[in-house]
Design a protein. Structure first.
Length: 105
């Protein structure tokens, strides 16, 4: 599932985080980026089931999108979950900000 898409053909940096937990249903995965959504039976890493505010993935998606990137999620019940973050790469020392107040540079 991809929530943010970009057509920028330039070089990308990709980061994937995977967990071998219980995974999510397709119905829950469709809402993973919705603010305040908590999957049935989900919990935070340091709290009981049902804890957390349901903001983590919404914040990740917003920050990555603001930088011109994309976030994808791969999951299925019993098969864990993988989140991939793709961000446009810039040469080291590039002084331009990734985002200006008016939008992307």
């Amino acid at each position: 599932m991809t929530r943010t898409e970009t057509a920028d053909p330039g070089p990308w940096v990709r980061l994937e985080i995977a967990a071998d937990g219980p995974g999510m249903s397709a119905k829950d995965a469709e809402r993973i980026f919705d603010r305040f959504f908590r999957a049935a039976g989900g919990g935070s890493a340091d709290g009981p089931v049902g804890s957390g505010l349901g903001l983590g993935m919404a914040i990740v998606q917003a920050v990555v999108a603001a930088q011109g990137g994309a976030v994808t999620v791969r999951t299925a019940p019993g098969e864990g979950l993988a989140v991939t973050v793709g961000l446009p790469a810039r040469p080291a020392g590039d002084p331009r900000p990734a985002v200006t107040p008016a939008g992307r540079v």
